[in-house]
Design a protein around this ligand. Structure first.
Ligand SMILES: O=C(CO)[C@@H](O)[C@H](O)COP(=O)(O)O
Length: 216
C-alpha cells in the first residue's frame, strides 16, 4: 500500500489547526512540511517556531523537507521543533556526507532531495547512509506545478540501484502527484507519495487521502 505524505504547503496557513485535525482523522502516514527560505528557493514558508507549535497537534511523523541554503546550520533547531525526517538538498550544503551524519547522530531519519535535473549518480557514495531519497518531480519552490515526466525513469533507475546495492532507503516522490498519475509513479518504484494541492484543493481532502491510499 502506498505511503501518503500530504504537503501542508497547500494547507491554509491561517488555519493550520483545522487542517491538522483533518490529517489526524485521515489515513495519511506522514505530514510533509516544506521549509523554504527565500534563498534556495524564491518562496518563503516557515521555520522551527511554527513547526514546534504544530508538533503537539498530531502524533503523525513530521517529514521535514528543507529547501534552505546551508541546512547544517539549523539541524538542531529542526530536531528540537519535532522533525522525524530531515531532508536536505545536495546543492544546498557544502559537505553533504557530514550533514547526513549529523542528522543521523541526532537520532533522526536522514533524507536527500534531488531536483528534476539531478542524477542519482550524485549521491551514489552516500546511499548506504540514507533513510530517504526524495525525488522532486517539479522544480522546488511552489505547490500546484505539473509533474515532470522524465522523473518516472529516474524513479525506476533509483529503484534498480537500491535493489543492486541492497540499500534500505525509501523513495519519495514530490510534486505534481495527482490521482491520475499516482499509480504510474508507484509502479515505477515510489514508496511515498507527497501530495499538496491534490489533497488540500480537493472538495473532500479526507476522501482524497483515502483514494490515494486505496490505489492498488
Ligand atoms: O516541495 C514542494 C514544492 O517545492 C512540494 O512538496 C509541493 O508542496 C507539492 O505540491 P503539489 O505539487 O502536490 O501541489
Amino acid at each position: 500500500m502506498a505511503l501518503i505524505a500530504p504537503s501542508i504547503l497547500s494547507a491554509n496557513f491561517a488555519n493550520l489547526e483545522r487542517d491538522f485535525d483533518l490529517l489526524n482523522q485521515s489515513a495519511c502516514d506522514y505530514i510533509h512540511i516544506d521549509v523554504m527560505d527565500g534563498h534556495y528557493v524564491n518562496n518563503l514558508t516557515f521555520g522551527p517556531p511554527v513547526i514546534s507549535h504544530l508538533r503537539p497537534l498530531t502524533k503523525k511523523p513530521f517529514d521535514v523537507h528543507l529547501m534552505i541554503d546551508r541546512p547544517e546550520r539549523s539541524l538542531k533547531a529542526y530536531k528540537e521543533a519535532g522533525a522525524d525526517f530531515l531532508t536536505v538538498h545536495t546543492d544546498a550544503t557544502i559537505h553533504l556526507h557530514r550533514t547526513i551524519q549529523e542528522i543521523k547522530e541526532m537520532g533522526l531519519k536522514a533524507g536527500v532531495a534531488l531536483n528534476p535535473a539531478q542524477s542519482p549518480e550524485e549521491i551514489r557514495y552516500i546511499l548506504r547512509d540514507l533513510d530517504l531519497v526524495l525525488l522532486m518531480s517539479v522544480n522546488p519552490g511552489f505547490g500546484g506545478q505539473s509533474f515532470v515526466p522524465q522523473v518516472l525513469d529516474k524513479i525506476k533507475e533509483l529503484k534498480d540501484i537500491r535493489t543492486q546495492g541492497n540499500y534500505s532507503f525509501k523513495i519519495e516522490v514530490d510534486g505534481g502527484v495527482k490521482l491520475d498519475n499516482a499509480k504510474e509513479v508507484l509502479n515505477a518504484g515510489a514508496d511515498i507519495l507527497v501530495a499538496g494541492s491534490a489533497v488540500f484543493n480537493a472538495p473532500d481532502p479526507l476522501k482524497r487521502i483515502q483514494e490515494f491510499k486505496d490505489i492498488q
